[in-house]
Design a binder for this molecule. Structure first.
Ligand code: C5P
Length: 212
């Protein structure tokens, strides 16, 4: 049995009090991984951005808004966990300046200057203890496998799950699970619930020493 941290869903970066940058991540793949981990008898700690879905109540849920909130919560919670699965789609950019009032229309173009937000999986991967493991996701549109392996190495992950843009807000998915040496351990296509169970089985086999 392991205590697993899962990050899920999108984050938001506000431009003014009512407008924000985000993405269409539904949290469904995260929810399926939570269900698979609970069904296998693991404890789940969940950090999620705003989603419409309901996560299983057995998971300890910490709701966050921004990528920095997600990093803060995940960093604190990871200390008591054996591993983490980063299935969230955190917003990669935030505005340099956030207006404290609603930005009014002027008829002119509005220029936004954005800077990168911190990377949650990379930060946890860089600071993990020898008994801890991290699994990242990579959503790629071109040179997919190469980019996923590069991401795995850069973020110091123990496995990476590669998928494509068709995964966003969909009930089905098509993934490759890739090891640090670049080997494709398994290719899976089908409902997100089936994919989640198989991802979890591989995590148990390779990363959780006392599973089963
Ligand atoms: O956005 P990218 O394709 O690099 O995301 C790959 C992995 O990194 C995913 O596991 C995602 O959860 C994670 N990530 C993160 N923090 C970010 C961006 C991505 O944890 N700011």
């Amino acid at each position: 049995m392991a205590r697993i941290l899962i990050t899920s869903g999108p984050t938001r970066q506000y431009i003014d009090p009512v407008r924000y940058i985000s993405n269409a991540s539904s949290g469904r793949m995260g929810c399926c991984l939570v269900e698979a981990a609970l069904a296998a008898g693991h404890e789940v700690v969940l950090v999620s951005g705003p989603v419409d879905i309901q996560y299983p109540p057995e998971a300890e849920l910490f709701s966050v808004l921004t990528t920095e909130d997600m990093l803060d919560a995940a960093t604190k919670l990871f200390a008591d966990c054996d591993g983490m699965i980063g299935v969230a789609a955190p917003c990669d950019y935030k505005p340099v300046e956030v207006a404290d009032h609603k930005i009014r229309k002027t008829g002119e173009a509005l220029e936004l200057k954005l800077i990168e937000t911190p990377d949650v999986v990379a930060s946890l991967g860089a600071n993990k203890q020898s008994h801890q493991w991290t699994v990242g996701f990579a959503l790629e549109t071109e040179d997919a496998r190469f980019r996923a392996i590069t991401k795995l190495q850069k973020k110091n992950c123990d496995l990476v799950v590669l998928n494509g843009p068709a995964a966003i807000n969909a009930s089905d998915n098509e993934v490759e699970i890739i090891a640090p040496d670049g080997t494709v351990i398994q290719s899976i296509k089908g409902p997100k619930a089936t994919i989640a169970s198989q991802i979890l089985a591989i995590i148990e086999k390779r990363l959780i020493s006392n599973a089963n």
